[in-house]
Design a protein around this ligand. Sequence first.
Ligand code: AMP
Length: 586
Amino acid sequence: MAHVDEISSDERDKQALQHIEDVTIHASQIQRQILTQILSTNADVEYLQQHGLHGSTELSTFKNLIPLISYEQLRPYIDRIANGDDSPILCTNPITEFFISSGTSGGEPKLIPMYEEEFMRRLSFFDYVMPRMKQLFPNSLVGKGKGMHFQFAKVELKTRSGIVAHTATTSLCKRANLNNTSPKDIILCTDTNQSLYCQLLCGLCQNDIVFRVGALFASTLIHVLKFLEDHWVVLASDIRAGTLNTKITDPSVREAVMNILNPNAQLADFIEAECSKGTWEGIITRLWPNAKYINAIVTGSMAQYLPKLNYYSNHLPIVSDHYGASECFLGLNLDPLCSPDRTSYTLIPTMAYFEFLPIDRTKSSRELSRELVDLVDVKLGHEYELVITTYAGLYRYRMGDILGVTGFKNKAPNFSFVCRKNVVLSLDIEKTDEAELHDAVQEAARLLSPFGAAIADYTSHADSSKIPGHYVLYWEIHVKGGISIPSSIYEDCCFAIEELLNGPYRYLRSHEKCINPLEIKIVKVGTFEKLMAQALNRGASMSQYKTPRCVNSTHIIELLDSNVVIKYFSKKCPKVDTKALHRLLS
Ligand code: AMP
């Protein structure tokens, strides 16, 4: 019987791998079919009728009549659904839940409509991941043992009409087969600290069968390891006694943990010995010796956590396996063991109808044209903003993500995640986006490494409270050796960043003098933890939380400013590139 199961699971794996081959070979035809299906299923919905589509599934008619939109334009329709209007407004199928995105629009969280069959259809997106990992780690625990994947559900809200609104992660955790060291009752506990403590406890109890350690985003995993650093003594004592700390009060969580936990003095000794060695280097491989890889998104703004993850994991492979959003599951990394900084995602043609708005980030007016390009027509080396049309009622919806084409899997392009479009620092006509800021910060941070220091986290703000305004960077620094860093080094960091920023910035700063010197404010260790705690208190989800790379809200700036230890300014003017003037005028 076991043999039969093995064959069928092998067969399932083969089919999942073959499916990706097929959909990438036939990307163009599949994209057309998907659009036709979306438009015919939703032919009668108010939104498409209003725009004059009247049941047409013609590509050219769709492109001519349906405008490009952002969430703001969709909000009135979504509000009506949330308030109980159950006529077919955006899609024919009744909306059964809303996903709460981590992004906001006009300060309000975005609610993304969803219905049951569509969510179940989307779940197939992940079918490929484990078969591929098993293929890459044959004859190992991969796929046979358990994953220790930290996930956190959020409280479910109800809209005025009673439709559930929760994060996509919460919905996924409820329905997917997780094969995790932590049972669902723990993951679904909405008290983040109780859940995290128990997830770690379960992961430690079963440390020998863990084949991967992960979280959705790298930042969450870093937070988990910090939590372990602060709580290993209590965790080990729970494992020694086979009892659960009384601070864990949720009855279903207690029951779930007690089904797994047995007194184990030997394991407790081992954990205590490893955690008291005085270094956290390689802690993941030390405590979970059979882990073959780290599973977390390390692209986009998460790239800055790579050095820390490498340190904690003794350079285990870091697999950034997918690119997804509440709006839609989007792309898979088909070369999961590639170096993390070369990670690309292949957009899966069955997930939505994809279009691409050409972008040139070096130009002050970034969009090259309003002509959108289809999935199979994007060009190698070019950058685009992703636009999606989904079964669940988003039509030509701008995701706000900028992607760069890095290659092709059969006919389907592979994309690197470049940045979020609207994360920009801007004081004048210059625009500094997330990717550019990130590269400049990383480069400047090299000046700190001779002192054993590194940036643990950062954010930024365009401070226009005084004229001229200036860019402010908040840096949390972790120093290993206790060597003091001279002020001149931080001033050099300020200047190095300015030198690396775009031509328009340097022109405005050095030639026009309408931007003042860049400032770095060093904040106390733990400030970014506080920032996260504040966001969680305000309803953000631990699983989806990402440090904002640019902040504007007063309460965040107040928190950061109240933790500033010292400030430094750039002492020199960056070089002006004469071409910048032309770029400004283009
Ligand atoms: P949410 O709607 O809260 O799930 O957030 C979705 C957003 O997270 C996306 O639109 C991206 O901006 C970001 N994101 C998701 N996956 C990745 C990834 N693999 N790399 C970089 N950013 C990502």
